[in-house]
Design a protein around this ligand. Structure first.
Ligand code: NAD
Length: 443
């Protein structure tokens, strides 16, 4: 099939590459000229395991094309995926300007029947708005061309996006007629072979399903962080509690890790957007607001611990920070806990030596003017002469470091672990002051 994808970010590029990899002909459209130029030269704008080889192979095979020309994109595919960003507006609601811009350009350039597929995460009712936007443009052209609007929210996880797309848990399709569902079914057929993963429903339910999924996952994290904060005060160990509750199949082990807060481009913005959607229909979503505020507080927990340990005097001190991306296996730093931590440290007059296996370039881009940031080539280099180590992301290479080197490099053997990577008793035996989340020493 000929398929067009608007937006060549984490979702659009993965979608385009995976659809091309199973044999479809895909055209990816983006307004970012540099990004498209780089892609044409084999340069992938993001770090996502397994993505680079399939982008390159399918580009070379001629099945994956890149363009900045919306007209060319609209004319190319019968299926038109919208995978552009939906960032938070000033009030926290989702900003639909990019989605509607694409909808209007589809209306402007289409010459035959199109299925317009919202893959971006969009508030309930967006399907109607996209339909209206396309209809208005078609009317201005005096055209009665047919089109359908479908919701097909994306559930991939950054860091494992290719795997998630190739082997999805489910493919949600929201539509109000059978014809577009059948076409999308055909496009997804190669990913739907062992058993039927397609769950079809009405458009509004599909739109709400995406927000409900992210809000549920965010709720699990904030719940565990709340219990971790309690455990800390009660002398309990949250890791024992986690194992104790996870063993109940009704609860399960997934997504109940305490830490220094969730980040990324989805959970924070989607929880906020759902709160705003609830407000717009006169519903006060108390639970979702609490999920958000618990997370907000959690992101400054590491800083509070460090500040207490040094009696509030951080001026002139240097801290090693391991892990800058919002989670492992990505270079994405949107809403990352590391950013809150580093910014609080700089405000308090401290310096930061930072290391991340993949997010150094992104950190450099975001904090290009920050004099109090020293980006280090290795995690060991980062420790040298620092007053303490602070861990924000649970990258594999941080799990079993050389603790002797760590102790000898730091001016004080203090470790503040936002991801509970080490065993508190073992750390104490090795001579560390080890502070984790909901376990070990309390400051
Ligand atoms: P992103 O910021 O990485 O990419 C968005 C891309 O859209 C950018 O390259 C931008 O230049 C492009 N764009 C903007 N306006 C455009 C236009 N008019 N025409 C063509 N391209 C345009 O965003 P993302 O992380 O891929 O997220 C996209 C959507 O998918 C969001 O709604 C997000 O909430 C949702 N989503 C993201 C993830 C994730 O893990 N990142 C997972 C599921 C769903």
């Amino acid at each position: 099939m000929n398929i067009t994808i608007f937006g060549t970010g984490y979702v659009g590029l993965v979608t385009g590459a995976c659809l091309a990899d199973v044999g479809h002909h895909v055209m990816c459209v983006d307004v970012d000229k540099a990004k498209i130029e780089n892609l044409k030269n084999g340069i992938i704008p993001i770090f996502e395991p397994g993505l680079e080889p399939i982008v390159q192979a399918n580009f070379e095979a001629g099945r994956l094309k890149f363009t900045t020309d919306a007209k060319e994109g609209v004319e190319f595919g019968q299926l038109q995926f919208i995978a552009v960003g939906t960032p938070p507006d000033e009030d926290g609601s989702a900003d639909l300007k990019y989605v509607l811009m694409v909808a209007r350009s589809i209306g402007e350039h289409m010459n035959d029947y199109k299925v317009i597929i919202d893959k971006s995460t969009v508030p309930v009712g967006t399907g109607d708005r996209v339909k209206k936007a396309v209809q208005e443009v078609l009317q201005s052209r005096n055209s009665d061309l047919r089109f359908d609007v479908v919701s097909n929210p994306e559930f991939l996880k950054e860091g494992d996006a290719v795997g998630d797309f190739m082997k999805p848990d489910r493919i949600v399709i929201g539509a109000d007629s059978d014809e577009p569902i059948e076409l999308i079914r055909e496009a997804y057929e190669p990913f739907n072979r062992s058993h039927d993963r397609i769950i079809s429903m009405d458009i509004r339910s599909a739109e709400l399903t995406k927000y409900a999924a992210n809000a549920m996952l965010a709720t699990k994290i904030s719940f565990m962080n709340e219990v971790a904060n309690l455990a800390e005060r009660l002398g309990a160990d949250i890791e024992n509690v986690r194992r104790g509750i996870g063993s109940d199949p009704r609860i399960g082990y997934h997504f109940i890790y305490p830490g220094c807060g969730y980040g990324g481009s989805c959970f924070p913005k989607d929880v906020q957007a759902l709160v705003m959607t609830a407000d717009s229909v006169g519903y006060d979503s108390e639970l979702l607001k609490a999920v958000e505020s618990v997370n907000y507080r959690q992101k400054s927990k590491l800083f509070e611990k460090v500040s207490k340990y040094f009696d509030g005097d951080l001026k002139g001190k240097t801290f090693a920070v391991w892990g800058l991306s919002f989670k492992p296996n990505t270079d994405d730093m949107r809403e990352a806990s590391s950013r809150v931590l580093m910014e609080l440290l700089w405000e308090a007059g401290a310096k930061v030596k930072a290391y991340d296996p993949e997010a150094m370039k992104e950190t450099q881009r975001i904090y290009a003017d920050q004099d109090s940031l020293d980006l280090c080539g290795t995690k060991e280099q980062c420790l040298r002469g620092a007053d303490a180590l602070l861990i924000c992301t649970e990258w594999k290479e941080f799990r079993s470091p050389d603790f002797e080197v760590m102790k000898n490099s730091l001016t004080r053997p203090a470790v503040f672990d936002g991801r509970n990577l080490y065993d508190p008793e073992r750390m104490a035996r090795k001579g560390f002051d080890y502070y984790a989340m909901g376990r070990g020493l309390s400051v």
